[in-house]
Design a binder for this molecule. Structure first.
Ligand SMILES: Nc1ncnc2c1ncn2[C@@H]1O[C@H](COP(=O)(O)OP(=O)(O)OP(=O)(O)O)[C@@H](O)[C@H]1O
Ligand SMILES: [Mg+2]
Length: 334
């Protein structure tokens, strides 16, 4: 259970097509992340799968059955949004029970499922509280609990963590991954945060303007981005993309070097530049280098703390075999 297949799916709002014909296979048990800049169509695609939007053309099938015009409630999927939409006057237990109550499920069965969900989500001690007495992370867990008890074929998450502060986001990210390990249910997770995509996904779908730029595992995308867009989007700090005569030396229109694939020296190296800002994180140092004559600003990532300050002359050398090449259309050259 939990195979989802999109075949030539399109979506237009009025005469604006936001999703051109798109094919996508999501396999049972996979953790799939849709990632891309704001407005690229991530939520629209998720809502098409959920049935909250109608497709303009094309077909969606779930577990081999045509679901294209099936009502959302009949698709067997559970959606978790950024806003938790809990009932404030109901206890956590009642909030989680709500969909089962609506479905007329026996109360003993309800309670068993609530207890199992609460255990999986570390909510056992909070079942009698009201949402107003919970932290943001706990509320999000209740919303997930309400989805779990429906035993969906797949969970659909639309930026579920964006209301949470940075530390809580990391904690919840791990909890959702743990939950996926436990349940082994298909999960589709929308985010614009490429770090979330890299850390959580079995399979990342990179979208731009409704078009799938690449589908692959996090490390496939990191090591072999199909085009300049994916190269620039995946990885933090961003890959340095160099055009012009330096790229031509490598028979490419653009060459790309990730910040972590540059070595530095104060005396010698392939490219000379001047240190702009050096960010000392302790674990790493990010150095932003100007006046290389290659691009506006190059970024270098060095493990650990190294002495580098504004105005220093610095020499950069790319690590052999770690250079990416792109042609005039921005496509990867093998
Ligand atoms: N109901 C609607 N009517 C008209 N246009 C819409 C509607 N919903 C979305 N769009 C447009 O479709 C495109 C994709 O929107 P969508 O919400 O899917 O983007 P997104 O990738 O989820 O962005 P974000 O990261 O900001 O949430 C956008 O250009 C948006 O303006
Ligand atoms: Mg969105």
């Amino acid at each position: 259970m939990g195979n989802i297949s999109l075949n030539q799916v399109t979506k237009s709002f009025g005469d604006v097509q936001v999703i051109p014909p798109l094919d996508l296979e999501i396999n049972e048990g996979e953790f799939v992340v849709f990632v891309g800049p704001s407005g690229c169509g991530k939520s629209t695609l998720l809502r098409l799968i959920a049935g909250l939007e109608d497709t303009t053309s094309g077909a969606i099938s779930i577990d081999g059955n045509d679901a294209t015009s099936l009502a959302p409630a009949k698709r067997g999927l559970a959606m978790v949004f950024q806003s938790y939409a809990l009932y404030p006057h109901m206890s956590v237990r009642k909030n989680i029970a709500f969909p089962m109550k609506m479905a007329g499920i026996d109360e003993t069965v309800q309670n068993a499922k609530i207890d199992a969900a609460a255990k999986a989500l570390n909510l056992t001690d909070y079942l009698d509280r009201k949402p107003g007495q919970l932290s943001g992370g706990q509320r999000q867990r209740v919303a997930i609990g309400r989805a779990i008890v429906r035993e969906p074929a797949a969970f659909l998450f639309d930026e579920p963590l964006s209301n949470l502060d940075a530390a809580l986001r990391v904690g919840m990210r791990l909890e959702i991954m743990e939950l996926h390990e436990k349940l082994q249910t298909t999960m589709i997770y929308v985010t614009h945060d490429q770090v979330e995509a890299m850390t959580m996904a079995d399979k990342i779908v990179v979208l731009q303007a409704g078009v799938i730029e690449q589908v692959g595992s996090p490390l496939e995308l990191y090591h072999a981005p199909r085009n300049k867009f994916v190269a620039g989007f995946i990885g933090s700090p961003k890959m340095n993309l160099i055009e012009g005569p330096e790229a031509a030396k490598y028979d490419a229109t653009t060459i790309g070097i990730r910040p972590e694939h540059l070595t530095v020296s104060n005396t010698e190296g392939m490219w000379k530049g001047i240190v702009g800002v050096a960010e000392h994180l302790g674990s790493d140092t990010f150095i932003h280098v100007h006046e290389t004559g290659l691009m506006d600003m190059m970024t270098v990532r060095i493990t650990g703390d190294i002495a580098a300050k504004h105005g220093d002359t610095i020499y950069l050398t790319p690590v052999a075999d770690q250079m990416h090449r792109f042609d005039a259309d921005g496509l990867r050259i093998a």
